[in-house]
Design a protein around this ligand. Structure first.
Ligand code: NAD
Length: 416
């Protein structure tokens, strides 16, 4: 279905903002496509001694505001169009939080759950050998995303440094602390989203002690979303969570930390003591104050948007809401905190990590949190003000802020 091709969706969202801003045709044509993209084929020796070929991608969508930046996703359904869409959203994300970087993204089509540690390491190193020449602190800097983690970033950094024969910790972010990672990176995506939720709650007069919330996708972003909501916003009831294997519901509320431990021990949220099972579809339609979609794309569509009862949808995942669904939610009065604003905390602390790597001097955790809070709050307020002023929905308001900044950088460079 073309509606669900993420890159078509990203282009459709951009087109709406370009129309609203009255961008000229040249700029529109330039900004609706990636500047550069690389497709690589990676032969990897498997544990059984045979070779298997994997397909990988790196898309450098736009570098007008600085070196491109964006995560690496390892997923069986990864396609060039998913990577293009995510790279476009990275471009708008770095612009909306106003950090001096462009947008990029990469991926490998694979199922990491079927790969041993050794196979994952050989795949990570093969990818870097294939794309090393286009990476670097002044060119393009990857980071973790779905099914990639600090260990994979560490192997990749090591391979890059081995090829170049010198230290380059800033070539990749989301590294372990021992190798130049930043304090506060692990929970930064969710923390930034919860800061946005806090600000939205201030405008909407939400009493957090009486509120409830649900998390769809209990991975890195979702787990920290669940625990940080409780830590930063008071005693809200955490009533449901799901992962790829199913969901759990408890009207009286669950302890998010205990659910994280349960998932760690059992591999899934399913069977959490005191909970009952809930489908992903039903979880999305729960009557909660905040819904955190934190898994993958296209979960709120024209088919279910009318049934969404949350007051705030804080998109920790990229692309969970289709454009048709956006309009329905807006008309229903649901406040959507759009992905490239709500989950920008990850790239913001990745940027802090790069800055620390460059200085070779490392910040305390409270410094990271303070600076992240300031960045996210400023970005939220700029988008909220635009939304109020122009009477548009939050995603369009975020696009207007971001696209305007990228377009200005393109013009200032004299590219168009
Ligand atoms: P992750 O791999 O840690 O977690 C993904 C979770 O989603 C897993 O628990 C998985 O079981 C669950 N899931 C998969 N399919 C599902 C389904 N159909 N229904 C319910 N749950 C399902 O990945 P992550 O890093 O947490 O990323 C999640 C989302 O957040 C992605 O869209 C990613 O692009 C976005 N994001 C992540 C970061 C980051 O720093 N980790 C930054 C920005 C955006």
């Amino acid at each position: 279905m073309s509606e669900l091709n993420p890159f078509r969706i990203a282009q459709q969202q951009f087109d709406e903002s370009a129309e609203h801003l009255g961008l000229d045709d040249g700029l529109r044509a330039f900004l609706r496509h990636p500047q550069r993209e690389y497709h690589v084929t990676l032969p990897v020796r498997m544990d059984d001694g045979k070779f298997r070929c994997f397909h990988g991608y790196r898309v450098q969508y736009n570098s007008a505001r600085g070196p491109t930046k964006g995560g690496l996703r390892w997923h069986a359904d990864e396609t060039i169009d998913t990577v293009r869409a995510l790279a476009a959203w990275m471009t708008w994300k770095t612009a909306v939080v106003d950090i001096p970087l462009g947008g990029g993204k990469g991926g490998i089509t694979c199922n990491p759950k079927e790969l041993s540690q050794g196979e994952q390491e050989r795949l990570a190193r093969a990818y870097i050998r294939a794309v090393a020449r286009i990476l670097g602190v002044t060119k393009d800097v990857p980071a973790p995303d779905v099914y990639t983690n600090p260990q994979i970033m560490a192997w990749m950094m090591d391979e890059y440094e081995t090829i170049n024969g010198e230290s380059h910790p800033g070539v990749i972010t989301g590294k372990p602390l021992t190798l130049g990672g930043s304090k506060g990176r692990m929970d930064a995506t969710a923390r930034g989203g919860v800061y946005c939720t806090r600000e939205a709650g201030r405008h909407l007069d939400i009493d957090w002690d009486a509120a409830s919330y649900a998390v769809q996708g209990f991975g890195n972003a979702g787990q920290f979303g669940a625990t940080l909501h409780r830590e930063l916003l008071g005693k809200s009831r955490f009533i449901a969570a799901s992962d790829s294997r199913g969901g759990v519901y408890c009207a009286g509320g669950m302890d998010p930390e205990a659910l994280v431990r349960h998932k760690k021990d059992t591999g899934s949220v399913g069977g959490f003591p005191g909970s009952e099972p809930i489908s992903n579809a039903d979880l999305l339609e729960l009557d909660v104050d905040v819904l955190y979609p934190s898994a993958l794309e296209n979960v709120i569509t024209a088919d279910n948007a009318n049934k969404i009862k949350a007051r705030i949808v804080c998109e920790l995942a990229n692309g969970p809401t289709t454009p048709e669904a956006d309009k329905i939610l807006h008309d229903k009065g649901v406040t959507v905190l759009p992905d490239f604003l709500a989950n920008a905390g990850g790239v913001t602390v990745s940027y802090f990590e790069q800055v620390q790597n460059t200085y070779n001097y490392y910040w305390d955790l409270d410094v990271v949190h303070d600076r992240l809070d300031r960045k996210m709050t400023e970005a939220f307020e700029a988008v909220w003000a635009r939304c109020e002023r122009e009477k548009v929905h939050m995603r369009l308001a975020a696009y207007l802020v971001a696209v305007e900044r990228v377009a200005q950088a393109v013009r200032d460079r004299g590219w168009l």
